[in-house]
Design a binder for this molecule. Structure first.
Ligand code: NAD
Length: 392
């Protein structure tokens, strides 16, 4: 069938199999053009199918030759419904990895569950023995805990309500939006979903099963951003979860001998998760404009190549005073932030096309679902029922 994008709010409900494959291929080709990294050789990536997790898996496999086991929560095609982008990405990743003689297997299921943890431990024991790196890159809207209770995360501010500019990406209108503060219950729930509890549960389960190599490193991803995003992000409900994640990194290092936990603070980028945060997409489209003009723009794959190639696996890890790896170093440069703040003050519906990179935002958005990739024939019929080799 012919697959076209169907955009609903923050997501696209269709994904193009050939486009997603091309997207993965482009990322692999980028990595292969960079110097090889002397990184880990056996890696577990939790949240491996899209965004930062997918790019982590690609960078580690094709730069340091790592065997990768990926955990994802994606849907296969059903009838005329396409699979999710992360499903097609994973199918393509495994195909390319196998071509290069790299071990790649995937587990599709709820990473928060004990069943998936047990399945992963079984696979590591059977195929890899132990892993020397665990990447935790989950971005989930909800979590069902061990008692069956469902926690839902919210994207709200905390304390008092907060008003600032936002953009309706569809109409390209800039307007004020007021974000209500999260309740205590909502903050607790957001921390349960996006904080470090499940990361620590993973490390605890892996350690108890003796599938962590000596001196294993584990890394989870966070965001800090400039003051103008703080009420929505750092000081918002998601920020409370990220603070918990940072605390967890320290706890993991202290409580599990031989395991070192890191937080990598990444750049703000268009992913399926960030598109849903109010205010942030306008900031991202101004940031893209400024960073592209300065020749500093990076996507997920450039960020993850730099993380493993320069910051984490190249000698001793380059951390800041808080022990964090800073991949947001270019985003947070004074000249970049001064320019973004200046644009933020003046941006309005009338000038948003000139000041912000809305087209760049949309390009990244469509690409996430396999659309708008050069070299893909979107008028051709494609088979949507693609299988992930290791799950077939
Ligand atoms: P994403 O939505 O692209 O990826 C999320 C991944 O998690 C996918 O592989 C998905 O399949 C998987 N997943 C979700 N729920 C799952 C579940 N229950 N079980 C198993 N897998 C599940 O998101 P992303 O933007 O790449 O985010 C990854 C991490 O990076 C998050 O911690 C996020 O906060 C952080 N981060 C994102 C940005 C940004 O701008 N996008 C910036 C800095 C840090």
């Amino acid at each position: 069938m012919m697959v076209t994008p169907k955009v609903r709010g923050f997501i696209c409900t269709t994904a193009h199999p050939a486009g997603c494959r091309e997207n993965v291929k482009e990322q692999i080709e980028y990595v292969k053009r960079q110097p090889k990294a002397d990184g880990p050789k056996k890696v577990l990536v939790i949240g491996a199918s899209t965004g930062y997790g997918l790019s982590s898996r690609i960078a580690l496999a094709f730069s340091s030759g790592a065997a990768t086991l990926g955990v994802l929560f994606e849907k296969p095609a059903a009838g005329s419904r396409t699979a999710t982008a992360g499903w097609y990405n994973t199918a393509a990743f495994e195909e390319f990895a196998q071509k290069d003689g790299l071990y790649a297997k995937s587990v599709n299921g709820d990473a928060f569950s004990k069943e998936v943890k047990d399945q992963v431990i079984g696979l590591i024991k059977q195929d890899l023995g132990q892993v020397d790196m665990v990447v935790y890159s989950l971005a989930a809207p909800r979590r069902t805990d061990a008692n069956g209770k469902v926690w839902s995360s919210v994207l709200k501010t905390t304390g008092a309500s907060y008003t600032n500019k936002t953009i309706d990406l569809k109409t390209r209108a800039v307007s004020d939006v007021t974000i209500e503060p999260a309740t205590e219950e909502e903050i607790t729930a957001t921390v349960k979903v996006m904080g470090g509890e499940d990361w620590k549960d993973w490390i605890s389960a892996l350690k108890a099963a003796d599938v962590l190599a000596p001196n294993v490193v584990t890394v989870a991803y966070s965001y800090i951003g400039p003051a103008l995003t703080h009420p929505m992000y750092l000081d918002g409900s998601i920020g409370m979860a990220k603070r918990h994640l940072a605390k967890t990194a320290k706890e993991i290092t202290q409580e599990f001998p031989g395991v070192t936990g890191y937080i990598s603070v990444n750049k703000a980028l268009v992913t399926q998760s960030s598109a849903a945060i109010p205010i942030v997409p306008l900031y991202i489209s101004l940031l893209y404009k400024v960073m592209k003009e300065k020749g500093l723009h990076e996507g997920c794959i450039e960020q993850m190549t730099r993380l493993f190639g320069e910051k984490l696996c190249n000698g001793s890890p380059q951390v800041d005073g808080e022990g964090m790896l800073r991949l947001d170093d270019w985003e947070m440069r004074d000249d970049v932030q001064r320019e973004v703040s200046r644009l933020w003050e003046t941006v309005a519906t009338e000038n948003v096309e000139q000041l912000a990179d809305i087209d760049g935002y949309w390009e990244d958005f469509y690409r996430m679902f396999g659309f708008h990739l050069p070299g893909v024939d979107y008028d051709a019929d494609v088979a949507v029922d693609v299988s992930i080799p290791s799950l077939a």
